[in-house]
Write a protein that binds this ligand. Sequence first.
Ligand code: HEM
Ligand code: HEM
Length: 155
Amino acid sequence: MSFDLPDSVKFGLNFVHPIMMWLLFAVTLYALYSGIQTQRTRTAEGEVKKQLIQGKFRNKHYQIGSLLLALMILGTIGGMAVTYINNGKLFVGPHLLVGLTMTGIVGISAALAPLMQGGNAIARYAHITLNVSLLGLFGWQAVTGMQIVQKILSN
Ligand code: HEM
Ligand code: HEM
């Protein structure tokens, strides 16, 4: 199947996914920050705890986490769609495979939320471990992603 879009549209589409993913990188860092503050709120005592509670980090973390889940799924599908529109195929390389892995990880991580809210410590450790790997893989995607951007610009 081929897509009869104007060349300028096809070229412009190339930048939607990279820009969106850089913004999502910032969202992930904020998720890390609000997650750590959630943990501190849970474990703190006395005056410090009172102060932290006012930050409503648990709520903020849940909301930013849900946003991350939704946008990462859409961003991955979008990256694959644009690749297919422009090349008539996908490139089964590191960026595609790591991207799909990350989308799986973020889904499992979010699915652990009800268990964590029930106080399940294993779910909490799994959530943290999965998300630290997510952050590491994101750094890798940024490198391979910018290599793809350079390839597109040099063509
Ligand atoms: C952080 C910076 C990132 C940059 C600069 C970037 C850049 C790109 C570029 C330029 C493409 C080619 C399609 C297009 O032109 O739109 C692409 C494809 C793709 N991206 Fe990203 N990306 C990034 C992060 C991510 C992340 C975090 C994921 C997944 C969680 C992801 C998943 C994908 C997938 C699945 C494709 C299709 C690859 C293929 O089929 O060959 N990307 N990316
Ligand atoms: C996938 C989307 C995400 C959702 C839906 C989500 C949701 C949650 C929920 C419900 C909790 C438990 C809060 C509580 O009741 O105590 C939590 C805790 C936490 N999350 Fe997330 N989160 C997400 C992504 C992330 C990411 C990307 C990171 C780090 C980069 C992260 C790091 C943490 C940390 C450190 C905690 C604290 C655990 C503790 O209290 O010991 N989360 N998250």
